[in-house]
Structure formats: structure tokens, C-alpha cells
Design a protein around this ligand. Structure first.
Ligand code: NAD
Length: 476
């Protein structure tokens, strides 16, 4: 049992009814347990954040920036422990765990810079009408609830915490019950840095704890990353109180490969888009659209590349892909394998759970998948790639856009004019051209359609935690 909730600057034991079991997916075995926070403890966390708000929002921008730089530095000091914990609890290969940590560090450093620039954003507004002055003031939204999933725990929380604290908000973070230990680091760092009590609170728990937070009437905003089904419940709670939400939800993203690509290079981008984090990425490019002229060359090479991936325990083996992070996710992916068999899909690689301990599945490729197949339309959240062929650019765009989601896409073509044209036509929040999924803190993250509301990262991520005020004065 670990003491696992950080409320009003103190570590406390959970008083909820749920026991959270933390597992090592490569072995399929639990290695830690903690009691969830009770509804009363969620109340205490929100009350602590409310109490801390008036002081924290008046703290100078440079002091807030110094705290954020402190978070970046302290994450770096905990490097090996955080990498190991992500490998153990998420099943991430070492190089991916390193990328996640570096992303979280870069996020805190970036929002430290933006926090420092805040005073210069409070400017006079030139008015056409005489006799008045007006000025802009960017104020923190207030007390913010942050609910996150398990697939990138360090990163997703950093993307919310850093801009919220930079803006002057106080927060209550609820990590996923699958990976609750990783975000404890943020509480430990708050302790080390002497962050004022109540500015950052962390409550762990399952759906009950999340629902207690998202429906709490002491919040000014809720930022949620997770599934569409929970996202819509969170939005319903927010609507009852006419409260703003940011929602980062699911995806079923396309990767479009044109005839003029180098097939081996395209295979590398395709494999990365479906095998990183064992495909448990909201941005997984799980729908491959491949042009007729290259399909027969590309698909056998893709099959070979997927079959060559080294799948195993990242703590004991050199691997390209680890296990799925939870048993629930493993069962879900296995149910899609069963559906594919029922639908008679053509399986070129994988299509099954691995016959070994732990929650492993093989990297999978289905081809000529019908447009109405559940595997083509639903988010699977595993290393399961579905392919279809296309003839023309127009057809590729139409098929890529034919989804209820709109998170990201990748375009692969040697004709850069065409690639840019296709990127402009895709109804998503982020497009990569001839690239793996490189994410930079300066560019935005978020989706269109069913993939969510709002944007994280960049200045847009900060705006999500700010309220715009104008002060207009009559000179007469
Ligand atoms: P989930 O929706 O099951 O859980 C997300 C969080 O919500 C967890 O902390 C969970 O405890 C909490 N929760 C559960 N029930 C709740 C309720 N009734 N009220 C309030 N909170 C509740 O999602 P998950 O399985 O943890 O994560 C996978 C999903 O997250 C996928 O759909 C993926 O696409 C999405 N995701 C999106 C992004 C993005 O940036 N768009 C990033 C990562 C993950």
C-alpha cells in the first residue's frame, strides 16, 4: 500500500472504497496497491485549490516561471527512476520512456518561458472611437480539474499542469487508476520546490473519483483526456454548471501513402504510427490508405517489417514494442481479433495474442478492409493496422475524412506540393508530412469532430487556462 494522494500540500492515505491494483503488464502481475480517494477527499482537494487561488494568481510571472523551471529540472534529476517506472507500469520500451520524459521536461520549460512573457500580453487596445481607453488583462480561469488517461501519464499531465500553473490556476489532478504512481512524482516535486500548499493537488481513483471531480461545483474548468464515452459524461457534468471543458478524446487516424514514395521509407513511418506505445496512442495512424501503384510493393514489405518487430518485456529484453498496458486493453484488442475473424478479414500479419505471460499481442495488419468494418471505423487502441487501396488524390482525401474522429493524419509523398494540398484538405488537428509523429511543444495538439474540443500545447494550451478581461475607461 502506498500513501498516494497529495492534498493541501500533504500526503494522505485514501479513504475511498476502491482498492487500486498497479500492474506490471509484461508479467501480468500486480506490484503495488493503493486505496482510492473518497468523495470527501476530492472535496478537500478542491477546497484546498480554491483557498490557494487568490495568492497563487497574484504571484509574479517570474516566480511562477521559476517554479515551472524547477519542475523541468527535478524531472531530469529523477530520470532513471521515471524511465524504469514507465517501462514497468506502462510496458514502454526504454527509448519511448525517454522520449516521454524529455517531452514532459520540454513542456515545463516552454511554459516557464510563456509565464515570463505574461505581463507583456496585458496591453492597451487601440480604439477607433475617441474618448476612451481600453486594456486587456489575461486572468487565470481559476480552479481547474485535470483528468488524464494511462497511455502517456507523464506527458499528458505535463501538457495540462504546466500551462495551468503558468496561467495562475490552481489544480486538482486525477491520474488514471492504471498508472497512478507515475504522476505522484509531480506531488513530490511540488514538495521539493516548496510550491505553496493547495496549488497542486493529486487525487487517485477510478470512475467514482473522476466523476466526483468532474461534477464538483467548486471547479471553474475541467480539462479531460480520455475516451469518448467518459468524455461525453464529463461534458454533461460541465454543461449542468455551464462550465468550460477541454476534451482530448479518441482517434482513428489515416496515413496516406502515394505512389511516388520510397516504399521502405514509407514502411518506417507506417510502422512507427501503429507500433509506438503498442498502438495505444490517440494519434495512432491505424487506417492505412495506399495508392494502387505502390500497394503490391509496399504491403509485403510492411508485413515483413511488422513481423520483424521485437516484442517483449522492456525491463529484461531489447524490444521495439512492449505489452499492452492493462489486461482490460489486452482483452479489448483480442475482441477485435475475434471480430476480424468473424468478418473474414484478410490478415497479413499478427491477429492474435502472444502465447506467453503478460498482456502481449502481435503487431497486426489487415488488408482490403471494408469501409463499414468495425475495425476500420472504431478506435482499437492497440497495434492493429487496417489497410485499403485508393486510386486518386480526391479518393484518398474523401476516405481519410470519412471518420467520426479528426485527430491527426500523415501524408507520404515525394510531391511536396501535393502533400501540402492534401494536408490542407484533411479534417484533423495535426498533419505530418513525410515524418514520424514528431510532437513539438510550440505546435498545438487536439482534434476536430469526435476527437475533442480545444487545443493543448503552444500558446493555445495556455489560452485554455486563461480568461480574457478588458477594462475600458471613459476619458471624459
Ligand atoms: P478513460 O476515458 O477510460 O479514462 C480516462 C480518465 O477518466 C481516467 O483517469 C479515468 O479514471 C477517468 N474516468 C473514468 N470514468 C470517469 C467518469 N465517469 N467521470 C470522470 N472521470 C472518469 O480513457 P483511458 O482508457 O484511460 O484512455 C484511453 C483513451 O484516451 C483513448 O480513447 C484515447 O484515444 C484517449 N486519449 C486521447 C488523447 C488526446 O490527446 N486526444 C491522448 C491520450 C489518450
Amino acid at each position: 500500500m502506498t500513501t498516494s494522494h497529495y492534498i493541501a500540500g500533504r500526503w494522505v492515505e485514501g479513504q475511498g472504497s476502491d482498492c487500486i491494483s498497479v500492474s506490471e503488464p509484461a508479467l501480468g502481475l500486480p506490484f503495488a496497491e493503493l486505496m482510492a480517494a473518497s468523495v470527501a477527499q476530492v472535496d478537500q482537494a478542491v477546497a484546498a485549490a480554491r483557498e490557494a487561488l487568490p495568492t497563487w494568481k497574484k504571484v509574479s510571472a517570474s516566480t511562477r516561471a521559476a517554479f515551472l523551471r524547477g519542475f523541468a529540472e527535478q524531472l531530469g534529476l529523477r530520470r532513471e527512476a521515471l524511465i524504469t517506472l514507465q517501462m514497468r507500469n506502462n510496458g514502454k520500451p526504454r527509448h519511448e520512456a525517454e522520449i516521454d520524459l524529455d517531452d514532459a521536461i520540454a513542456t515545463f520549460a516552454y511554459y516557464a518561458d510563456l509565464a515570463e512573457q505574461l505581463p507583456s500580453k496585458n496591453r492597451d487596445v487601440p480604439l477607433a472611437a475617441p474618448g476612451f481607453t481600453a486594456r486587456t488583462r489575461l486572468e487565470p480561469v481559476g480552479v481547474v480539474g485535470l483528468i488524464v488517461p494511462w497511455n502517456f501519464p507523464l506527458v499528458t499531465s505535463a501538457w495540462k499542469l504546466a500551462p495551468a500553473l503558468a496561467a495562475g490556476c490552481t489544480v486538482v489532478l486525477k491520474p488514471s487508476e492504471v498508472t497512478p504512481l507515475i504522476e505522484q512524482t509531480y506531488g513530490q516535486i511540488a514538495d521539493t520546490l516548496g510550491l505553496p500548499a493547495g496549488v497542486l493537488n493529486i487525487v487517485n481513483g477510478k470512475a467514482e473519483t473522476g466523476a466526483a471531480l468532474s461534477s464538483h461545483n467548486g471547479l471553474d474548468k475541467l480539462s479531460f483526456t480520455g475516451s469518448n464515452s467518459v468524455g461525453s459524461q464529463v461534458m454533461r457534468s460541465a454543461s449542468a454548471q455551464c462550465r468550460p471543458v477541454t476534451l482530448e478524446l479518441g482517434g482513428k487516424s489515416a496515413i496516406v501513402v502515394f505512389d511516388d514514395c520510397d516504399p521502405d521509407q514509407a514502411v518506417e513511418w507506417i510502422v512507427a504510427g501503429i507500433s509506438w506505445n503498442a498502438g495505444q496512442m490517440c494519434s495512432a495512424t491505424s487506417r492505412l490508405l495506399v495508392q494502387d501503384g505502390i500497394a503490391d510493393t509496399l504491403l509485403p514489405r510492411l508485413q515483413a517489417a511488422l513481423e520483424k518487430l521485437r516484442v517483449g518485456n522492456p525491463l529484461t529484453e531489447e524490444v521495439d514494442m512492449g505489452p499492452l498496458t492493462s489486461q482490460a486493453q489486452w482483452l479489448k484488442v483480442a475482441s477485435y481479433f475475434a471480430t476480424a475473424r468473424e468478418e473474414g478479414l484478410k490478415c497479413l500479419a499478427g491477429g492474435q495474442a502472444l502465447d506467453r505471460e503478460g498482456w502481449f499481442v502481435s503487431p497486426t495488419l489487415y488488408t482490403d478492409v471494408p469501409k463499414d468494418s468495425r475495425l476500420w471505423t472504431e478506435e482499437i487502441f492497440g497495434p492493429v493496422l487496417c489497410a485499403r487501396r485508393f486510386a486518386t488524390e480526391e479518393q484518398a482525401i474523401a476516405e481519410a475524412n470519412d471518420s467520426r474522429f479528426g485527430l491527426v493524419a500523415t501524408v507520404c509523398s515525394a510531391d511536396l506540393e501535393r502533400a501540402e494540398r492534401v494536408a490542407d484538405a484533411l479534417e484533423v488537428g495535426h498533419v505530418w508530412i513525410n515524418s514520424v509523429q514528431a510532437v513539438f511543444v510550440e505546435t498545438s495538439w487536439g482534434g476536430t469532430k469526435g476527437s475533442g474540443i480545444g487545443r493543448e500545447l503552444g500558446p493555445w494550451g495556455l489560452s485554455g487556462y486563461q480568461s480574457v478581461k478588458h477594462v475600458t475607461r471613459c476619458l471624459g
